[in-house]
Design a binder for this molecule. Structure first.
Ligand SMILES: Nc1ncnc2c1ncn2[C@@H]1O[C@H](COP(=O)(O)OP(=O)(O)OP(=O)(O)O)[C@@H](O)[C@H]1O
Length: 300
């Protein structure tokens, strides 16, 4: 399922330009969508799912033009969407909720709806809790119900907004395993702040900064943004700071002073070169686009 945006721009009523002339082309597979708070990720996803209208520009999904009502209807039929805040009906059981979503998605045959709900429940590992009310579900279980409802109707496009935020490490690992399998045979767009989620589930990545698309390539290519310029630097004494002009990826207070992981083309004496990670590549990219962050050392 192809997604193409041409010069996509969204200016909110207060004048905030959330998306600025975004040209994006996505094919099958899972694509991670990264960007700082307010970069425009949710705005992009809401436009792609037809929830929000752009101010200007063009969007086609699977060849359907989203500015026409026929195009919008066609795209909604092939879409599964897990928004940041999904409203669940607390009095329904997971099984009842999925049946209800099936009705909304136009799965009119009751047996087909039931079969699909069963399959989705198994897929997200909720068999034992399927007949319990959603009001008693933990955050992680609610996210799993969220994915299950998005998968009803077997959508060819899946749009997922920050699925693992607030989950404990075990639930996050579970969720990642689930996400990793979803890109087979469909297009998945996954917005997240958690780089490990992208590293483990997305072969490709797009990065927004200040409403502009600043990167779209293989995830390994984002890692390579920091190739040859990632260093670990030990600064001694209480006055020891990171090398001047370096982009600081992380900092840890040590017995001697502080240890900094930095991106720099001008390493100071004693700085040790290291293999870059996705976090390093992302920091290098954002640093190059003037979105450098300030980091204080973490106490060890
Ligand atoms: N309904 C709205 N009205 C006015 N401005 C908005 C509205 N929704 C979002 N914005 C602004 O548009 C910009 C992009 O917001 P958006 O929610 O798309 O960013 P994001 O990348 O998803 O951020 P986050 O990672 O914090 O969820 C921000 O400056 C935000 O304040």
């Amino acid at each position: 399922m192809n997604i193409t945006t041409e010069q996509l721009t969204k200016v909110y009523s207060g004048g905030r330009r959330a998306l600025d002339a975004v040209d994006l082309h996505i094919e099958n597979g899972t694509v991670g969508l990264l960007g700082a708070n307010g970069a425009g990720k949710t705005t992009l996803l809401r436009i792609l799912t037809g929830v929000l209208r752009p101010t200007s520009g063009r969007v086609t999904v699977g060849g359907h033009d989203l500015s026409t009502s026929a195009g919008l209807t066609a795209v909604k039929r092939m879409l599964g969407y897990l928004p940041q805040e999904l409203s669940l009906y607390p009095d329904l059981t997971a099984r009842e909720f999925l049946d209800y979503i099936g009705v909304l998605k136009g799965i009119h045959d009751k047996r087909d709806r039931r079969r699909q709900a069963e399959e989705r429940i198994a897929e997200v590992g909720l068999e034992e809790r399927a007949d319990e009310r959603l009001s008693g579900f933990s955050g992680g279980m609610k996210r799993r119900v969220g994915i299950a409802q998005a998968l009803m109707g077997d959508p060819s496009l899946l749009v997922i907004d920050e699925p693992t935020t607030g989950l404990d490490p075990h639930e996050r690992m579970r969720f990642r395993t689930l996400l990793a399998g979803l890109g087979r045979g469909r297009t998945v767009l996954l917005s997240t702040h958690i780089l490990d989620d992208v590293a483990q589930t997305c072969p490709a990545v797009a990065v927004l900064s200040g409403g502009r698309l600043v990167f779209h390539d293989a995830t390994t290519a984002l890692v390579n943004q920091a190739a040859g310029c990632t260093y670990v630097y030990e600064a001694e004494g209480p006055a020891g700071g990171p090398p001047p002009g370096a982009e600081v990826v992380s900092a840890v207070t040590t017995a001697q002073g502080a240890q900094y992981r930095v991106i720099t083309t001008d390493p100071p004496p004693g700085a040790r070169p290291v293999e870059p990670s996705l976090e390093d590549g992302y920091a290098a990219l954002l640093g190059a686009h003037g979105a450098a962050r300030s980091i204080t050392p973490i106490q060890q």
